[in-house]
Design a protein around this ligand. Structure first.
Ligand code: SF4
Length: 537
């Protein structure tokens, strides 16, 4: 029977008197107090709440745990902060299945890469092959189940690519997990299933929190093995990785200050500088770069439309049983008598629509990640489809937004496993602010100020997805990221630009430093914050 007079925050009343053997007393009391308080406030029993809470420390060896993994200095994602930015749009904006660029798109690219390598082995070696095996470590192991990492990894192994995979294939794996697929390697055919993707150690001496290995075996003998890292935003590296050789950029820059100096010194917009660099680095023509950007813009519009078309009673996959709400919010917001409410409600609904698509595991666009996949599409949709802003201005905005994302990747991180949610939604919001300012022909200083402001006000934001699913807080958080981007643009375009006190580069340094010092429990491990206090009963 419930005692409704209990003080939910009185640990002495809520903590079981027995401390299990082998557990740290202080940590056990803290955890029990949070669980009990959550149980009281949610009207659940303590036992129900305990079921959905992360395990205590003594069970950590066999259950999800915080992988406190420092980044290895020899990873390219760490090293390249010193030279000029060489990232290009076709590396940065990636289409693939949600819900997480680092936990679905990255692992799928990794196993697809391994599959390609394996097909190149000599025929006599392949003739002896008996098994393909994927091992997931660190954050990939701790929260991979909630992201469907095993399904994405298997899809890559059977030769499917993120940009073209039919989401129904991944849904099918979720609904019928026992399916077996033949993988053709030369004349040999090897059967693989989800059983070949192993959730391995969550803690260890890894080069990156998102580490995985893929092996081709002949009995106990290893024919081919590769250690990979999903380093955020769908980017991947592997042991011994050498970045592809690229042509030098026309306007080399390592900071926003240098980028703006090129723009202002040559009487160009940031977008024009970025386009000149895109063509010089990649060797592509402007028309080819624009064609790629159009593909991404169209995919963003499609993901919002698709999300808005979902019925109100649609329930997203996973244990949270979260109902879709994009269509409801949009419809009700449009009925509001005030234009401002319609604007904010609409922008929120567009972001939630695209983010719910991510939660469904449907195709989304990394801008910069899957978890933040609602932010940029919301602004793109709002500007292009509602405000009818000229498409060329949206293209320019996509280039300015890319510059912001490149700089955050270059000097800080785009990975929640390294930097929490500030690295995902924070960077996305900053990119969206740059997009909006550029689309409205703002000066390079206003573009910088808008991007800085949006990033500044996400600093320190933690990543604590409930039950390891990219739904709570992620879906609504995309709406906040979109609205904050608009707010940042509104402030930057209305203030006296030269009086803006904080530079974008300074805020990126703060992002990197905060990422470094953030408690690892708040870096996509689902071990703290909402993941602990929200109960599923
Ligand atoms: S809380 Fe933020 S960083 Fe973490 S999974 Fe959700 S959107 Fe991504």
């Amino acid at each position: 029977m419930k005692d409704d007079n209990r003080d939910p925050f009185d640990p002495s009343a809520l903590v079981p008197s027995e401390i299990p053997a082998g557990l740290d007393r202080r940590k056990f009391i803290m955890r029990s107090a949070v669980i009990s308080a959550a149980a009281v406030m949610n009207g659940c029993t303590r036992a129900e709440t305990e079921k959905t809470a992360p395990p205590p420390a003594a069970e950590a060896a066999k259950a999800p745990a915080a992988p406190a993994v420092p980044l290895s200095a020899d990873l390219d994602v760490v090293k390249k902060g010193s030279g000029p930015v060489l990232t290009t749009v076709d590396e940065f904006y990636k289409v693939g299945p949600g819900p997480s660029s680092s936990h679905t798109i990255g692992p799928m690219r990794i196993t697809y890469d391994f599959y390609q390598r394996a097909t190149k082995l000599p025929a006599d070696k392949l003739a002896t092959a008996t098994k393909l095996q994927v091992n997931l470590f660190g954050s990939l192991s701790a929260t991979g189940k909630g992201h469907g990492t095993e399904r994405a990894a298997l899809a890559g192994l059977v030769g499917k690519e993120p940009a073209t995979v039919d989401p129904k294939f991944l849904d099918g794996l979720r609904d019928k997990p026992d399916q077996v697929f033949p993988v053709k390697l030369g004349d040999k055919s090897i059967d693989v299933s989800l059983k070949d993707v192993i959730y391995d150690a969550t803690k260890g001496d890894f080069k990156h929190p998102n580490t995985m290995t893929v092996k081709l075996l002949a009995g106990n003998d290893v024919l081919l093995e590769q250690e990979y890292y999903s380093v955020g935003g769908g980017f991947i590296e592997w042991k011994g990785y050498e970045p592809p050789k690229k042509n030098p950029p026309k306007y080399p820059f390592r900071t926003m200050k240098e980028l703006r100096a090129h723009a202002d010194g040559n009487k160009l917009t940031i977008a024009k500088v970025m386009m000149a660099n895109e063509t010089s680095i990649s060797g592509k023509s402007e028309a080819e770069v624009n064609a790629f950007i159009d593909k991404i813009i169209n995919a963003m519009v499609a993901t919002v439309k698709s999300g808005l078309s979902m019925p109100e009673d649609d329930v997203l996959p996973g244990p949270i049983k979260l109902h879709s709400k994009a269509a409801t919010i949009y419809k009700r917001a449009m009925d509001d008598k005030y234009e401002a409410e319609r604007g904010i409600g609409g922008l929120s609904a567009f972001a939630i629509a695209a983010s719910e698509e991510n939660g469904r595991g449907h195709l989304v666009i990394t801008a910069p990640t899957g978890g933040s996949a609602g932010v940029m599409p919301s602004l793109v949709y709002g500007l292009l489809e509602v405000r009818k802003v000229d498409r060329q201005k949206i293209r320019d905005g996509m280039l300015a937004a890319a510059a912001v994302g490149y700089l955050c990747k270059h000097h800080a991180t785009l990975s929640a496993a390294e930097g929490g949610c500030q690295a995902e939604i924070g960077v996305a919001s900053s990119m969206a602010a740059a997009l909006t300012a550029t689309a409205y022909d703002a000066s390079s200083l206003v573009v910088e100020n808008a991007a800085e402001s949006a990033l500044e006000h996400h600093l320190g934001m933690t990543c604590d997805p409930v039950a390891g699913y990219v739904q709570v807080p992620c879906i609504e958080r995309c709406a906040f990221g979109a609205v904050k981007a608009w707010t940042a643009f509104a402030i930057a375009s209305n203030e006296i630009a030269s009086r803006h006190r904080v530079g974008f580069d300074e805020t990126v340094i703060a992002l990197a430093q905060t990422a470094k010092e953030m408690n690892s429990k708040y870096k996509e491990t689902s071990e703290a914050g909402l993941a602990l206090s929200v109960t599923l009963c």
